[in-house]
Design a protein around this ligand. Structure first.
Ligand SMILES: [Zn+2]
Length: 225
């Protein structure tokens, strides 16, 4: 989900690792200010749909790769159907609302997803594995997007965080190592420093609490605890 700053290293390295089929979702077009980090795209792509630009680069890099494009916006109406076609989702998006759409869709369809986020000199990565919590909603419930916030990004940071996402993806696909689920990895490139923080599931989470207890869905009767 996203073929920009995080999506560029994510897609290139998943392709390089030998993943057989990749879907690319993005609604944006390429602009000049993207190019300090969005290495799928070059000056000849300005104004093109990022999905199409990304497809051309990846098809040249891995001619045998199966690519599916999902241009346009993701919402609660179309996202569950899109994620259901994949083993794994990597979110390379830049708003909480987009992550919430991915989170709801992945918990509805039982598809694991890997979040990556970058802002300024800092980044984070986490893994969500339905039906287990915590999910993204557990961590961010009630925190709105700040519409006035304009992200300014240390460009190379997108590579660091995107490649951490790819490593988590390959661990899940191959069944190796300890996935970064129930934990969030924070990276501060100024120090530099990595921190890993454990996060609990919210027992009243509207997204994952029901996923964990499919037979005990009390619908809209409210929370009691
Ligand atoms: Zn949750």
């Amino acid at each position: 989900m996203g073929a920009g700053g995080l999506g560029s290293p994510v897609l290139y390295y998943l392709a390089a690792a030998g993943v057989g089929s990749l879907g690319i979702a993005d609604r944006d077009t390429v602009s000049l200010t993207n190019l300090n980090r969005q290495i799928l795209h070059n000056p000849g792509d300005l104004g093109r749909a990022k999905t199409e630009s990304a497809r051309d680069k990846l098809a040249a890099f891995r001619p045998d790769l199966e690519l599916r494009l999902h241009p346009g916006s993701l919402d609660d109406g179309n996202a569950p159907g899109i994620v259901a076609g994949y083993d794994l989702v990597l979110a390379a998006v830049d708003s909480r609302e987009s992550r919430r759409v991915v989170n709801r869709a992945c918990y509805a369809r039982g598809v694991p997803w890997i979040d990556g986020g970058v802002d300024g000199f800092e980044g984070l990565v986490s893994v969500y594995r339905p039906p287990s919590g915590p999910c993204y909603e557990c961590l961010t419930r009630g925190i709105p997007d700040d519409p006035g916030h304009v992200p300014r990004l240390f460009g190379a940071l997108a590579g660091t965080v995107g490649l951490l996402q790819v490593q988590e993806a390959l661990k899940l696909l191959l069944g190796i190592g300890r996935p970064l689920a129930g934990r969030v990895l924070f990276y501060d490139s100024r120090e530099p420093r990595f921190d890993v923080v454990e996060v609990p599931a919210d027992p009243s989470c509207p997204v994952c609490a029901n996923a964990r207890s499919p037979g005990i869905n009390h619908g809209d009767h409210g929370e009691h605890g």
